[in-house]
Design a protein around this ligand. Structure first.
Ligand SMILES: NC(=O)c1ccc[n+]([C@@H]2O[C@H](COP(=O)([O-])OP(=O)(O)OC[C@H]3O[C@@H](n4cnc5c(N)ncnc54)[C@H](OP(=O)(O)O)[C@@H]3O)[C@@H](O)[C@H]2O)c1
Length: 305
């Protein structure tokens, strides 16, 4: 059993990671005040103020810190680049300094979006990033700061789906919510990604910590799919109407932040170093559906009251 401090505990990854890690580890979360009755202790802190975080580290003495806090909305990052810089770059740098000083193992979450998507093949960890948005740029600067300051830290470039506290944080929820209400939605046919079920991601991150992996890893699902097809897969799994999903090019959408077309990332390094197969979105969707049947979304949302 290890003591794990998770930042961004109210986020899509944070809450699901905590639920998974809680089975074998001691968890403390850092939150701005959303969680009221979670099954683990929560420290209240706003990361715009650096000094609120250090007392939490020193009081709990974690062996591991997993940094899930970020400004993740791409459109908001374009509108508020200063905030994106603080949460996606400066916080990562500060945490690397604090964890290095205390010899605490750090996993920092980054993104598949660091790549420009022009490669015809899967991106490896050796490929040169070329971020296309403020979000991707500030995330890349965050991962570089962590690498420079703390070589033993782990950086995980991810993309995932699951149930969130707000019910609106993942692409799978977006398709589920709209299709359940009988609403048409667009599905991008020219954005390829490798989504991983958040519980598979949580298990993988814990396995990486247990194996003491460090350095840069692509931690995504083992199969690539475009976002339109992914919507169809969600519809099929939940028995919802596939024809409500309209195929669209991302270039014809009204999104302001630029999206990369190909975010197919190789998980070869991860799979080799962990000595196991990396799951694909397909088995993950089964788990996502089972959680729905078991009332998991309602369960995690009740922690907000
Ligand atoms: N979701 C994906 O598919 C995806 C893809 C690529 C990379 N990632 C990366 O994975 C990590 C986790 O993503 P996610 O989807 O779980 O993000 P998320 O749902 O947006 O959660 C972000 C977390 O950061 C917290 N936060 C934001 N501003 C804060 C502040 N000023 N002080 C304290 N906490 C603050 C949020 O708190 P509130 O709830 O109070 O806002 C929330 O808990 C991030 O590093 C993200 O860049 C995610």
């Amino acid at each position: 059993m290890a003591r794990i401090l998770i930042t961004g505990i109210s986020g899509l990854l944070g809450i699901n990671l905590a639920m998974e890690a809680l089975q074998n580890h001691e968890i403390v979360g850092v939150d701005r005040g959303k969680l009221k009755s979670a099954p683990f202790p929560v420290v209240k802190a706003n990361f715009y103020d650096r000094h609120v975080f250090i007392p939490a580290l020193d009081a709990f003495h974690p062996e591991w810190v997993i940094n899930c806090a970020a400004l993740t909305n791409l459109e908001e990052c374009e509108r508020y680049p200063g905030q994106a810089k603080i949460l996606n770059t400066k916080l990562a740098r500060d945490l690397a300094v604090d964890c290095a000083e205390r010899h605490i193992k750090l996993i920092h979450l980054s993104t598949d979006a660091v790549f420009d998507g022009t490669k015809q093949d899967a991106y490896t960890e050796q490929d040169e990033p070329n971020p296309q948005s403020i979000y991707a740029q500030t995330k890349l600067e965050g991962e570089r700061a962590v690498q420079e300051i703390y070589q033993q830290a782990t950086i995980a470039r991810v993309n995932f789906f699951g149930w969130s506290l707000s019910g609106r944080r993942s692409l799978a929820e977006f398709f589920f919510n709209n299709l359940s209400e009988g609403r048409n939605v667009n599905g991008f046919t020219d954005v390829i990604f490798c989504p991983m079920w958040v519980t598979d991601l949580s298990r993988t991150l814990i396995a990486m910590l247990e194996k003491n992996l460090s350095g840069l890893y692509h931690v995504v699902g083992s199969r690539a799919i475009d976002k339109y097809q992914f919507g169809l897969e969600v519809a099929r799994r939940f028995g919802l109407r596939e024809n409500l999903i309209l195929p669209l090019s991302v270039e014809d959408s009204d999104l302001t932040a630029r999206r990369s077309h190909n975010l197919w990332l190789s998980v070869h390094k991860l799979s080799t170093d962990l000595g196991r197969e990396i799951p694909s979105f397909s088995t993950g969707l089964d788990g996502f559906y089972t959680q729905f049947q078991q009332g998991y979304p309602q369960k995690i949302r009740s922690y907000q009251q």
